[in-house]
Design a protein around this ligand. Structure first.
Ligand SMILES: Cc1ncc(COP(=O)(O)O)c(C=O)c1O
Length: 383
């Protein structure tokens, strides 16, 4: 299957990286569940020697996601955290990163509890306020690590402007694009250098696999990541690669529905008398609404709303019937969570307060069910 250079996003999602199976013609890339490959003779093989180093199903996924994110190459890992950790192996003791202060709690934990021990240094700033980025960069800074929109405050950072600031100081920009997905924004086309995803979320989209991927455009980054994926070995298995490859085929239609459902639910919540406040970049009162409109295709599937107190949240959460109380996001089914007790429990209470995460906050990852059923469930739970 040869894609045109000008193939559009939905076509790229379905076809990129995939050829009919050469031995059978199977249209779907098989799950190559094998640890090794028979060689025809010494040094004679078909490009596959050992399962950690190469796997055809993983390779198809990596090529598919590289194309979807407009990158040059991609490398798939056993989880989003493994992918983020692989990026840090490019650094040396003494190096410094500037990081979005409202980054995913697990990322904060990896940086502070694991990698700081090895001599890396991190400064957390609100990257949506561009002047904080320049002020935090030092002579030791190697990466600016951005999440946009953030979790659960849904702050939006201007990626093109942030990349300009970082590049003037010789700093490369990593974007964790998990929350948006490449349907909504492609950071590499906005001038950023590296994209990382937890594929566990929108890319897979069906809540049945854990994985991560790094997408790169600079040759030196690609060379290192290819080496480290094999050297450290936190690879994604063939079955998970296949599941994600199936997921990316429907990414555009899932995201379109996610966008329309989320907008309708955000407006519904904003008009509900039991809800104190709603954070959604699609609402005109969101502080970064204009930027989100310019930078994003739709406003994504995450909504945060505040019911006023921990007590109120504890009353409301068990009442949901259709929406499930669970960590994670980006699946076809709607999930609700309580950031302070669940996803952000590893962030100290005073840091949560500084970022604006309250005990009354509930986050919804909006699925693609019928939006009227979702609204009914919200209404009955809010009472
Ligand atoms: C924005 C973001 N990045 C990274 C991760 C980590 O991904 P994984 O759970 O696949 O390790 C998550 C997980 O929730 C996330 O929300």
């Amino acid at each position: 299957m040869k894609l045109n250079d000008h193939a559009r996003f939905s076509t790229v999602c379905i076809h990129a990286g995939q050829e009919p199976d050469p031995s059978t013609g199977a249209i779907i890339t098989p799950i190559y569940q094998t640890s090794t490959y028979v060689q025809e003779g010494l040094g004679q093989h078909k490009g596959f020697e050992y399962g950690r180093t190469q796997n055809p199903t993983r390779l198809a996924l990596e090529r598919n996601i590289a194309a979807i994110e407009a990158g040059t190459a991609a490398f798939a890992f056993a989880s989003g955290m493994a992918a983020i950790d692989a990026l840090l192996t490019r650094l040396e003791s003494g190096d410094h990163l500037v990081v979005s202060d409202n980054t995913y709690g697990g990322t904060f934990r990896l940086f502070e509890k694991v990698r700081r021990k090895f001599g890396l240094d991190f400064t957390y700033v609100d990257t949506s306020q561009l002047d904080t980025i320049d002020a935090a960069i030092t002579a030791k800074t190697k990466y600016l690590f951005i999440e946009t929109p953030t979790n659960p405050m849904l702050r939006v950072t201007d990626l093109a402007a942030a990349a300009d600031i970082a590049h003037q100081r010789n700093v490369r920009v990593i974007v964790d694009n998990t929350f948006a997905s490449p349907f909504i924004q492609q950071p590499l086309t906005l001038g950023c250098d590296i994209v990382v995803h937890s594929t566990t979320k929108f890319l897979n989209g069906h809540s049945d696999s854990v994985g991560g991927v790094v997408i790169l455009r600079h040759e030196d980054d690609i060379e290192w990541m290819k080496f480290v994926q094999n050297a450290a070995g936190a690879i994604l298995g063939p079955m998970d690669s296949w599941l994600i490859l199936r997921g990316t085929k429907t990414l555009p239609i899932r995201m379109e529905r996610t966008n329309t459902n989320s907008m309708a639910i955000a407006e519904h919540l904003a008009a509900h008398k039991k809800v104190k406040s709603v954070i959604y970049p699609g609402l005109s009162d969101h502080p970064h609404h204009a930027l989100a409109k310019k930078q994003m295709r739709g406003f994504g599937g995450l909504i945060t709303f505040d019911v006023g107190s921990l007590e109120a949240a504890r009353t409301v959460l068990p009442r949901f019937k259709l929406m499930s109380l669970a960590e994670s996001l980006g699946g076809v089914e709607t999930l609700i969570s309580h950031p302070a007790i669940m996803t952000h429990a590893s962030v100290p209470a005073e840091r949560r307060a500084a970022i604006g995460i309250t005990d009354g906050m509930i986050r919804i990852s909006v699925g693609i069910e019928d939006v009227d059923d979702l609204k009914e469930d919200l209404d009955q739970a809010l009472g």
